[in-house]
Design a protein around this ligand. Structure first.
Ligand code: NAP
Length: 256
């Protein structure tokens, strides 16, 4: 049975919760970071013989979160895991409105959770796993959950567009770093498709007068085009296992 380590942000609900459930296989170690715990996960871990830790972390405080992750990884035996994976999944939609009307504190929080935290967590993860067996054997992966909006701009979503475009370019740059590393980690910024989660509820519930594209999101749901979280999670995790994972640092799960 392979011994896998996965660090996953935002496992308390939505896509992250569905990925966590599917990652909890025999031999797996799963470390979840979000503000709230997910009570459904502990019984699944116990039943399947997986190891689960849920850290109550507010990713607004990104340096502290990255320091805690780095210290924990450094306390582990780097020979013990067959694979090591970081999935940066957590993100928030700031209020959907033109940037000039947006609350500065809320904008700052969304940037920290969506971009600063992934950057610092990637750095801590890469630093701590440098000498690990998984790294030497090519099974160290970074998966940043992006969005189509990182590639196509949308009105009233400037913050989210900037966060996701930033994740894409961060991933391209990390891939270039890793191309020069003796034991490279593989990195992908992946758009996961459209998923029936709180984030879509937030988009559909926004003020139409301030969000010109609101009807597109209403229509996506009405025409049954949203993936259930479990379906989207299965697609994303299948992508993670592809032998060519990392060949292109920016990808879309729908291109698979
Ligand atoms: N839903 C879609 O259609 C869609 C489309 C494209 C891309 N995506 C991307 O897919 C990912 C998951 O989206 P989702 O729809 O599943 O979102 P969601 O249902 O809103 O869940 C967001 C997750 O992020 C965590 N989070 C939020 N703020 C946090 C903070 N300050 N500190 C720590 N964790 C925090 C939440 O946990 P807590 O509240 O417990 O902290 C929650 O687990 C995101 O990166 C999103 O941008 C989604």
């Amino acid at each position: 049975m392979p011994k896998t380590l996965t660090v996953l942000t935002g496992a308390s609900r939505g896509l992250g919760a569905a990925m966590a459930e599917q990652l909890l296989q025999p031999g797996a170690t799963l470390i979840c970071l979000s503000r709230n715990a997910n009570p459904a996960l502990a019984p699944i871990a116990a039943q399947r013989g997986a190891t689960l830790e849920q850290w109550a972390i507010d990713l607004v405080e990104a340096p502290g979160a990255a320091a805690r992750l780095g210290a924990w990884l450094q306390s582990q035996d780097g020979e013990a895991f067959d694979s090591a994976t970081l999935i940066n999944n957590a993100a928030v939609l700031a209020a959907i409105a033109p940037l000039e009307d947006a609350d500065p504190a809320e904008q700052s929080r969304a940037l920290r959770v969506g971009l600063e935290a992934p950057l610092l967590l990637c750095a801590a993860f890469l630093r701590a796993t440098r000498g690990w067996r998984a790294r030497r054997e090519g099974r160290c992966r970074l998966l940043n959950i992006s969005s189509g909006l990182g590639r196509h701009a949308m009105a009233s979503q400037a913050n989210y567009c900037a966060v996701k475009a930033g994740l894409d370019h961060l991933s391209r740059a990390i891939a270039l770093d890793q191309a020069h590393a003796p034991h490279p980690a593989r990195v992908v910024s992946l758009a996961p498709g459209v998923i029936d989660t709180d984030m879509q509820v937030h988009l559909r519930g926004s003020d139409a007068a301030r969000f010109p594209d609101r009807e597109r999101f209403v229509a996506l749901q009405a025409s049954g085009q949203l993936d259930a979280p479990a379906v989207a999670a299965a697609k994303v995790l299948a992508f993670l296992q592809r032998s060519d994972f990392g060949a292109k640092p920016v990808a879309d799960v729908r291109d698979a």
